[in-house]
Design a protein around this ligand. Structure first.
Ligand code: PBG
Ligand code: ZN
Length: 320
């Protein structure tokens, strides 16, 4: 008989043979920054998550820094939206100012800037629209401008989440030409057209006004295609690959980890967070144990880092 239980007989032995661990170093905490004053608006579908205005951002950044978390990801919520998403690449845009503010408040905090148009366009799509069609090549210069202005504001990493083709090479080139040769690109390479993003769209006011994102984001049915997306972004110069969402796509994460030696991030998205929070509020699950199990499964599947709204809770539990 193979006695598998031999190595499970005590806590110390289990600790010794444990294959994966979650650490504070793995965590990236997303933040929503809104234009306006004295804002700390709860996001209803994401208990514990708020929209913050710049003048109150110190409250959150202080808490995140104090928790030991070393990286934050910034999403801007502008007042003014238009057809071409001009606030996404305005030097004085809300995301640019938020990046600058976080670096002032906490200079050692790694600031990851999400690059997309959907929070800034009146139609809510991630690219320029022409007669209902999302235009690829015409969108690239705007994404590049957004990336460069965010790097100028002090962003440590640039994370394009738009899913236009060719964007990684295009943005890499623009960053290099602007002198940001050392700013890494964290590419949302395999981003699926998922129903798990709906609480985020409430939080960031970025739901598409017509249609859906299926012509640019991936079909949830496809795994090989995700590997291909990752290989292309790697060849175009991505430094880190992101798989998104997380829990329903662990097979994709695993497969990509076996096909690339780049560092891998997983985005444990808003809908995954909302489901756990809702069940926990009902008393139906043990929130801490469920969240830690979710975190370790993403590490086991191959993630080196996890973008998660649970990060502050996880940091607290790790410290206990
Ligand atoms: C914008 C963007 C989205 C998310 C991150 N960046 C939403 C979308 O594609 O509609 C989702 C994050 C989450 O659900 O937590 N392109
Ligand atoms: Zn978008």
């Amino acid at each position: 008989m193979e006695r598998m239980r031999r190595l499970r007989s005590s806590a110390a032995l289990r600790d010794l043979v444990r294959e994966n661990r979650i650490s504070i170093d793995d965590l990236i905490y997303p933040v929503f920054v809104a234009e306006g004053q004295n804002i700390k608006n709860p996001v209803e579908s994401m208990p514990g998550v708020f929209q913050w205005s710049l003048d109150r951002l110190h409250e959150l950044v202080g808490e995140v820094t104090g928790s030991g978390i070393k990286a934050m990801m910034v999403f801007g919520i502008p007042v003014h939206k238009d057809e071409v998403g001009s606030q996404a690449y305005d030097r004085n845009g809300i995301a640019q100012r938020a990046v600058k503010k976080i670096k002032e408040l906490s200079p050692d905090m790694l600031v990851v800037a999400d690059v997309c148009l959907c929070e800034y366009t009146s139609h809510g799509h991630c690219g320029l629209v022409d007669h209902g069609h999302i235009m690829n090549d015409e969108t690239l210069p705007l994404l590049a401008k957004a990336a460069v202005t965010l790097a100028e504001a002090g962003a440590d990493l640039i994370a394009p989440s738009d899913m236009m083709d060719g964007r990684i090479g295009y943005i890499r080139d623009a960053l290099d030409k602007a002198g940001f040769v050392n700013t890494p690109i964290m590419a949302y390479s395999a981003k699926f057209a998922s129903a798990y993003y709906s609480p985020f769209r409430d939080a960031a006011h970025s739901a598409p006004a017509f249609g859906d994102r299926k012509t640019y984001q991936m079909d949830p049915a496809n795994g090989n295609e995700a590997v291909r997306e990752c290989m292309i972004d790697e060849a175009e110069g991505a430094d880190i690959l992101i798989i998104k969402p997380g829990l329903a796509y662990l097979d994709v994460l695993k497969e990509v980890s076996q096909n690339s030696v780049l560092p891998l991030a997983v985005y444990n998205v808003s809908g995954e967070y909302a489901m756990v929070k809702a069940a926990a509020q009902q008393g139906w699950i043990d929130e801490k144990r469920i969240v830690m199990e979710n975190m370790i499964s993403m590490k086991r599947a191959g993630a080196n880092m996890i973008i998660t709204y649970h990060a502050l809770d996880v940091a607290r539990w790790l410290a206990e």
